[in-house]
Design a protein around this ligand. Sequence first.
Ligand SMILES: C[S@@+](CC[C@H](N)C(=O)[O-])C[C@H]1O[C@@H](n2cnc3c(N)ncnc32)[C@H](O)[C@@H]1O
Length: 246
Amino acid sequence: MGKPMHKEEEVERFSRQIQSMFNAIAPRYDLLNRVLSCGVDQYWRKRAIRRLAWKPGGRYLDLACGTGDVALEYFERRDGCPGQVCALDFSEAMLRQAGVKFQNRRPPTLLPRFCAAAEALPFREKSFDGISVAFGARNFADREQALREMVRVLKPGGCAVILEFSLPREPLLREAYRAYFDRVLPRIGGWVSGHADAYTYLPESVGEFPERVEFAEMMRRAGFDRVRHRDMTFGIVTLYVGTQDA
Ligand SMILES: C[S@@+](CC[C@H](N)C(=O)[O-])C[C@H]1O[C@@H](n2cnc3c(N)ncnc32)[C@H](O)[C@@H]1O
């Protein structure tokens, strides 16, 4: 029998798996997002960014930025982005895609990018006025540690928005959604990306993610104040908001 693994080893191993999975699917990631969500994913990100308290000259962090779609939304706001936006992800391939996207933007836009883990953010405490995470929290190997890190780098008065998949509350809808998520989505995802495992992992990780109230409680335990959440699109996505009032 093998030696039992310590929590740190488990976290490390899971992190490496997730990192290589996202490196592998990065080139087709945007295409699949659009196809599998019928384009609604961009609307979710826009809504999340609109909920961030906006401060002229402020500093914002998009955590688990992937190919930079959320970071782009900061600049697409009708009232314009009043400050600096940084993006962080532990997948180099995802960060490369984000870099290309920002270079091709008109006008080309500077996006400082950081390759690091959400559980050990390379920033001083009280660095940011706002933080966004879209569809990243589900993948964090040590979710509580990542949330504590977010609280640490938020300035007093700062706000965080976390967008994550959830299951609809209405039983019939929940069944229909599960059928799509468990049977249809992994096939299309696997076929287009060439990485079937990644799109089998997606419904599994959504099923394993804490219920809304439980995740909100986890945010409070990590140090967030005024935590609230609201369903979007029949509850298939939930937007969590928390502040750092201290
Ligand atoms: C489903 S994608 C979401 C990307 C982007 N936010 C979006 O809305 O499309 C999840 C991203 O989280 C990143 N990620 C997962 N775990 C991470 C961790 N522990 N630290 C940093 N990035 C992580 C992955 O590399 C991936 O790019």
